[in-house]
Design a protein around this ligand. Sequence first.
Ligand code: ZN
Length: 251
Amino acid sequence: MEIIQQLISQDKYGLKCPYVLNPKYITIHNTGNNASAQNEINYMKKNLSNTSFHIAVDDKVAILGIPLNRNAWHAGDGSKGIGNRESIGIEICYSTDYSSDRHSKAFYNAIEVTKQLMIEFNIPIENVRQHYDWSKKNCPHRIRKEGTWKKFLSLCCEAESIETHEQKLKRIRVEKEGLYIREKVNGEIIGFIPENSFQDFDLIMFVKGIQSDGFQHCKVQGSWIYNGLSYENKIGDIQFDSRVYSIEESE
Ligand SMILES: [Zn+2]
């Protein structure tokens, strides 16, 4: 699913996300309240506590509040803890709502988001953790109470859903001129992306390196492309498996 970016202002970085993050783990939380993802993000952005998290997911949307290349204070394991320093924190909303299916929908949406991040950052399933694992807090309380953690992990591994995500990743967007896609070793042109279009493409767009905002993406000769998660771009070839592809401006 789409992860909407609503990042905190940079003057809050020192409070909410002071350190560089190289995500190696994903930490799952329940919010412990009845608020939407939008309200969770709004509250996190405006309050003066250092408590923070990266993504809030509810029954409808996933919103990114802290850049994925900055740490967040969500795991309760201190300033040098692995949870706080090496994991992406995901809050699953509506965890105290027992009268609707909003938490259930948020649960499944969080699985989609987790799968996307596992692929994006090459995070193995054994590194998807509960808040509890870092600091023994009873969180995610609803998942722990209902015994759905194993289900969460097994659905994160489900190949069918990963394929669905790969299909999303294959969709790339060109905002300016059309672009040719050329296989770099043999020089063969394998695709063309028209101007101002989205196009499905038989590659997964993994770009070398993680860029400054934590996303993988690139800017090629003035045109922007992204892999479904990112909006800003940097120059670079596109790598898929061990093959490198270049993107060229059309004449
Ligand atoms: Zn938690």
